[in-house]
Write a new protein. Structure first.
Lengths: 114, 111
């Protein structure tokens, strides 16, 4: 089983709203990732968690706040977003960070900020 | 951020034709991955390559890890309509823990 699940599938929010994206995997993977993807572009890395600790933050604005409650769950808390933050947000996981590990992606959350 | 050079950018082919696409990097990679992405969905892993010179198949798909460690190729034989989508290569180099993605190849298959 190489499944990564994400909820919700779609999300529309205003610029003053607070919302959260959720990601879950039950493959025993110890590294989890958040990516942002704009239309017709490759995914852009936002955050990496390794063994439930934040290991990489790609200079993401503070209106995006990641959280890793346990080794199976990864959240992305959203607050005061801008319309340009509208995108497909992808979660991924891998056995471990570094080495030759393969990343498996979830189906994504399509976010629209009005 | 850093991206790999992936070509061609798009392909329009007839059903039954073979397809080739490639990715090149200025730095050496120790892993090459090939993903396919349908509109509004997440990338799905097609093939993973871990050794220079490695040639791996997955059904009608064949990918190779270039011997220089700076490139990779993906071939699709006898294309069918469900092959339509965007194909991304991704590589991981020795001096980073991040996956670097190619710019993508958009494939259209006509019946």
């Amino acid at each position: 089983d190489t499944e990564v699940t994400q909820t919700p599938k779609h999300l529309v929010m205003g610029m003053t709203n607070k919302k959260s994206l959720k990601c879950e995997q039950h493959m025993g993977h110890r590294a989890m990732y958040w990516y942002k993807q704009k239309a017709k572009k490759p995914p852009e890395l936002m955050f990496v968690y390794s063994y439930e600790k934040l290991s990489i933050n790609e200079s993401v604005p503070s209106r995006f706040s990641p959280e890793c409650p346990n080794s199976s769950l990864l959240n992305l808390h959203l607050h005061a977003l801008q319309p340009e933050d509208s995108a497909l947000y992808l979660c991924a996981s891998s056995q471990d960070q570094g080495g030759i590990e393969t990343q498996y992606f979830g189906p994504g959350t399509r976010l629209l900020v009005l | 951020g850093q991206q790999l050079n992936q070509s061609p950018q798009s392909m329009f082919i007839q059903e039954g034709e073979d397809v080739s696409m490639n990715c090149t990097s200025s730095s050496i990679f120790n892993t090459w991955l090939w993903y396919k992405q349908d509109p509004g969905e997440g990338p799905v892993l097609l093939i993973a390559l871990y050794k220079a010179g490695e040639l791996t198949s997955n059904g009608r798909l064949t990918a190779q890890f270039g011997i220089t460690r700076k490139d990779s190729f993906l071939n699709i034989s006898a294309s069918i309509p469900s092959d339509v989508g965007i194909y991304f290569c991704a590589g991981r180099s020795y001096n980073t823990d991040k996956l670097i993605f190619g710019t993508g190849t958009r494939l259209q298959v006509f019946p």
